[in-house]
Write a protein that binds this ligand. Structure first.
Ligand SMILES: [Zn+2]
Length: 295
C-alpha cells in the first residue's frame, strides 16, 4: 500500500509517494506544473473565468451553478461542460502539462454540476441532436471529454477524481464509473472531513468503491489543521482503510510541513504502533517501519 500526499505546494516530502499537486484550482488560479509529480487539474470549476465572462456558467431551472445561488447547493462555480471554447482551453492545458516531465495527470470536476444541469440553449440543442435520453446524453458528454483528455495525457499516468457518491453519480454528474475506467489508470476518491473521530462512513465508502470500481483505488483523507485528537483519529482511520483492497491512501495537506508532522508523529507514537501490531494492521506497521529508515 502506498501513502501519498495531495497538496498546494510543489514540494516533495520524504516517505510519501505519490505526490499530487493542485496545478489548476477551482478559484481559477493556474500555477506552473510540478515536475515528477501528479498534476491535478480542476476542469469545469473556474470562478475567475466565470467572473470575467458570466455567460459561460452552467444553468438549471433553479438558476446558475454558482455558490451564491442558494437554490442550488454547490461548493464551486461551474462552467457549462459543453462550452467548446472553454473546453479547448482545458484540453490545451492538459496537453501542455503532459508534455512536461510530470509523473501523471489527474482531473477533477470534469462533469455536470448536479442533476438539472445544464439546460443552456447549447446543451439542450446538443441533447436533441444526439437522439439519446437526457441521462445518457449527459453521461456520453462526460465520457467523451475524459476520452479526449486521456489522449492529450498520452504517455503519462492518467486518473480522475470522483465525487464519493457510489449510487447516484450517473444521474447527478453524468459519471459512469465503468465507462471512465476504460480511460484511466486509477480512481482518486476524496473522503473529506474536518476530522475522522467518527469514521464508519469512510470504512463503508472504501468498501463499496473497492468493490464497484474496475480500476485501482486511492482513498484521499483530509489531513489539514491537525491537533493530537484529530491526528490519532486519522492514523486509526488510515489503518481501517488499509484493510481494504486499495492501491493507496492520499493525505490532503496544506503544506509539506503538515505531511512531515504526520510522519514524525507516527514514528514517535509507540502506543499507536503497538496498537497497529496488536490488531494486525500490518500495512500501517510496514509504512511506519519504512518511515523510520529515513532517519
Ligand atoms: Zn450548457
Amino acid at each position: 500500500m502506498k501513502v501519498g500526499i495531495v497538496s498546494y505546494e510543489p514540494v516533495a516530502v520524504k516517505g510519501f509517494d505519490p505526490h499530487i499537486y493542485y496545478v489548476k484550482r477551482a478559484d481559477g488560479m493556474v500555477f506552473p506544473p510540478a515536475e515528477n509529480m501528479y498534476n491535478d487539474i480542476t476542469c469545469f470549476c473556474d470562478a475567475k473565468a466565470i467572473r470575467s465572462n458570466p455567460n459561460i456558467v452552467a444553468v438549471s431551472k433553479d438558476g446558475p451553478a454558482l455558490r451564491q445561488n442558494r437554490r442550488v447547493n454547490l461548493p464551486w462555480d461551474y462552467v457549462c461542460p459543453t462550452n467548446e471554447v472553454y473546453m479547448d482551453k482545458v484540453l490545451g492545458f492538459i496537453s501542455e502539462i503532459a508534455a512536461k516531465e510530470v509523473e501523471g495527470v489527474i482531473l477533477n470536476l470534469y462533469h455536470f454540476p448536479e442533476e438539472g444541469f445544464c439546460v443552456c440553449s447549447r446543451c439542450v440543442e446538443l441533447w436533441r441532436q444526439s437522439g439519446l435520453n437526457w441521462m445518457e446524453w449527459r453521461t456520453q458528454t462526460v465520457t467523451k471529454f475524459i476520452e479526449e483528455a486521456s489522449e492529450r495525457a498520452k504517455g503519462r499516468r492518467f486518473a480522475v477524481e470522483i465525487w464519493p457518491d457510489p449510487v447516484l453519480s450517473k444521474e447527478r454528474f453524468g459519471i459512469d464509473f465503468a465507462q471512465l475506467a476504460a480511460y484511466i489508470d486509477f480512481f482518486h476518491v476524496p473522503l473529506s472531513a474536518n476530522d475522522y473521530t467518527t469514521m464508519y462512513w469512510v470504512d463503508m465508502l472504501t468498501r463499496i468503491f473497492t468493490k464497484i470500481l474496475k480500476k485501482p483505488v486511492f482513498i484521499e483523507l483530509s489531513a489539514e489543521l491537525l491537533d493530537y485528537v484529530k491526528l490519532n483519529a486519522l492514523l486509526r482511520t488510515m489503518a481501517y482503510v488499509s484493510r481494504h483492497e486499495i492501491e493507496g491512501i492520499l493525505l490532503l495537506v496544506h503544506s509539506s510541513g503538515d505531511a512531515e508532522k504526520i510522519r514524525d508523529y507516527a514514528i514517535e507514537n509507540k502506543e499507536m504502533q503497538q496498537w497497529f501490531e496488536r490488531h494486525k494492521f500490518s500495512k500501517m506497521t510496514q509504512i511506519i517501519e519504512e518511515w523510520k529508515t529515513l532517519y
